[in-house]
Design a protein around this ligand. Structure first.
Ligand SMILES: Nc1nc2c([nH]c(=O)n2[C@H]2C[C@H](O)[C@@H](COP(=O)(O)OP(=O)(O)OP(=O)(O)O)O2)c(=O)[nH]1
Length: 143
């Protein structure tokens, strides 16, 4: 007998983000425009990994969609972090710009921040451990 119910997806929600770093030791922060509960907070450009998509493909796609740039991933930044709001995890990579200048196509604003400026913006709460690690890395790269 066939089962009339569709299979229930158990795939965990994965959100990927790009900590895009430039040659001056700055990272690109992006201010959310929506939803209202998150608007005004700052994040790493990125978004949800779609079914069948790799993490890397998702980051490249999101950076095209949100910033109009091509990025190359360098290495992971920090561990998977819990996302309470979405019951998933956040995975962030350090990335470099390969082509284009970032434009806020979906965000309210963009800012390049150096190691001393990371606390100047209100990051989404899940990102806090990454900001501490990034501070050390940017200070090294910024000379
Ligand atoms: N991109 C990104 N999302 C983050 C970060 N930190 C954090 O808590 N989040 C959360 C905010 C959102 O609840 C979720 C990302 O969802 P999203 O709505 O931006 O994903 P998406 O671009 O695929 O959007 P959609 O097509 O589903 O509307 O992850 C971060 O640094 N970058």
């Amino acid at each position: 007998m066939s089962n009339p119910l569709p299979p229930v997806s158990s795939a965990p929600l994965i959100v990927v983000g790009a900590a895009i770093v430039n040659d001056r030791g700055q990272v690109l922060a992006a201010q959310r425009a929506e939803p209202p509960a998150l608007a005004g907070c700052w994040e790493f450009p990125g978004g949800k990994v779609e079914p069948g998509e790799s993490d890397v493909s998702a980051i490249v796609r999101e950076c095209r969609e949100e910033l109009g740039v091509e990025v190359e991933l360098v290495e992971r930044l920090g561990p998977d972090l819990p996302l309470q709001r979405d019951f998933g995890v956040l995975r962030v990579w350090i990335a470099r710009l390969a082509e284009g200048e970032p434009t806020a196509l979906e965000h309210a604003a963009l800012r390049w921040l150096d190691a001393t400026e990371l606390d100047d913006v209100a990051w989404l709460p899940a990102d806090a451990p990454l900001i501490d690690e990034l501070r050390v890395r940017l200070a090294e790269w910024g000379g």
